[in-house]
Design a protein around this ligand. Structure first.
Ligand SMILES: Cc1cc2nc3c(=O)[nH]c(=O)nc-3n(C[C@H](O)[C@H](O)[C@H](O)COP(=O)(O)OP(=O)(O)OC[C@H]3O[C@@H](n4cnc5c(N)ncnc54)[C@H](O)[C@@H]3O)c2cc1C
Length: 417
């Protein structure tokens, strides 16, 4: 089933009776070449690129709940390539390029909207840091424009520029940054993988990993044992638990990150805006809701819901930056489980077990990484070599200390990431 304007017109005229399910609901087979644990954005994109780029289609994605029920359907949908460190910047740059061709590639409307992202700064020191970051982005081949106060005012007239504690000094505009519809990304990759023969198996929790003589043999699941030549652990906030099934202890802590959406409003926020003096970011969805979030809750947890102090903190930051938001009513809030790595950068690597691979450590920025992560993880699983834009994402950096990618310069303090 291909989507096109003509098809939509035809279906509209014939009662929309011709649409079929977007993917099959197969029973698990006894054996696959590759099993992916986790049907989030990264698991699904890995399966898709295994089939699309490497012709490997005897693949199953095992998801304990429903596809898109994890962080991929819970995030604030920001897509950007404004990373600073070599190792990260080429990876996210690659990801943004994939985003730019994604809808045509998947034949699926993921509502990728390059509306521009503005990171605000509120002091001379912060401005200098953003100048450096902007230069790094330009050197990487991406785009960055430094805005002074009046430049920001032209784009975001509703900000409180003269806030006594945090006056707005300017901003770094990343024109190609923006948003995408999160669950459509999961559905688009799922449909693309399924069409190429990948089995997407929902309500199938992996409960054990079978290893013999240091070689992976398959997995135990709530729907029976499944043999596999290769297994990828791609479970975001559950990475520590799943890796423990293979006797591994990952340098990952799971923390809750909350997000909020208001009632639908007329268009008022055209960009993605992020506050430099508090952890707060906001955009407006196509339905009109203001979608915003802040920092992680500062305790390790597997509960996909957050606490009230962080809600209060986020609301305070919102009011400080744009007092007009006080008139909007919050419709709902939710939480997702973040896989916080010790240096704030991801892991895409082999493990000490032959045939067992790990993809995790996305912190609160893994949505934008979905295309490149799947691309690079598929490359690694197919060829046993790291992809050239993901060579820094090695697991052993945490053991040796070499190649640590401390993107925010905050060391191991999660609350400063
Ligand atoms: C509130 C919030 C806001 C965010 N905002 C942004 C943003 O604006 N921009 C951005 O880039 N990133 C953002 N993120 C981060 C981003 O959503 C995550 O980094 C990314 O989605 C994680 O990868 P994933 O999609 O594969 O995870 P998930 O969707 O969580 O996928 C993991 C899957 O593994 C499954 N699983 C776990 N254990 C098992 C098991 N034993 N067996 C089978 N399946 C299992 C889970 O059910 C889940 O579906 C945000 C996250 C949250 C929660």
């Amino acid at each position: 089933m291909r989507f096109s304007g003509l098809r939509i017109l035809k279906e509209g005229l014939t009662g929309n009776t011709g649409w079929g399910p977007h993917w099959r609901d197969p029973a698990p087979k006894d054996e696959y070449d590759i099993v992916i644990i986790g049907g989030g954005g990264h698991g699904l994109s890995t399966a898709y690129y295994l089939a699309r780029n490497h012709g490997i289609t005897n693949v199953a994605v095992l998801e304990k709940g429903y596809l898109g029920g994890g962080n991929v359907g819970r995030n604030t949908t920001i897509v950007r390539a404004n990373y600073f460190l070599p190792g990260n910047s080429e990876f996210y740059s690659h990801s943004l390029k994939l985003w730019e061709g994604l809808e045509a590639d998947l034949n699926y409307n993921v509502m990728h909207s390059q509306r521009g992202l503005i990171n605000l700064f509120h002091s001379d020191g912060q401005r200098d840091a953003f100048v450096r970051r902007g230069n790094a982005m330009i050197n990487q081949g991406d785009d960055a424009i430094l805005l002074d106060r009046d430049g920001v005012r032209k784009h975001l007239p509703y900000l409180d520029f003269d806030n006594v504690r945090f006056p707005v000094y300017g901003g770094l505009l990343h024109p190609r940054g923006g948003t995408a519809r999160h669950d459509a990304v999961a559905w688009g990759y799922a449909r693309g993988a399924d069409t190429r023969g990948v089995d997407l198996i929902q309500n199938c929790e992996v409960t054990g990993i079978d290893i013999e003589d240091g070689v992976v043999k398959g997995v135990q699941t709530t729907r029976g044992a499944i043999r596999a030549k290769k297994v990828g652990m791609i479970v975001a906030g559950r990475s520590g638990q799943v890796a423990a099934m293979a006797g591994m202890r990952l340098p990952i802590e799971s923390h809750v990150l909350q997000a909020f959406v208001t009632e639908g409003l007329k268009p008022c926020i055209d960009h993605v805006v992020s506050f430099g003096m508090g952890h707060f970011y906001i955009s407006q969805s196509d339905k009109g809701g203001l979608v915003f979030g802040g920092d992680i809750d500062f305790y390790a947890s597997y509960a996909a819901r957050g606490n009230l102090p962080m809600k209060e903190h986020v609301m305070e930051a919102a009011m400080t930056l744009m007092p007009m938001i006080g008139k909007a009513r919050v419709l709902r809030s939710w939480g997702g489980i973040m896989d916080m790595s010790v240096d704030g950068s991801p892991i895409i690597d082999r493990t000490h077990v032959d045939g067992l691979y790990v993809n995790c450590g996305w912190n609160y920025g893994g949505f934008k990484a979905v295309p490149a992560s799947g691309w690079c993880m598929a490359h690694l699983m197919a060829t046993d070599q790291p992809h050239e834009v993901a060579t820094g994402f090695r697991l052993d950096r945490f053991r040796t200390g070499r190649g640590i990618l401390d993107e925010e310069g905050t060391g191991s303090q999660h609350n400063l990431h």
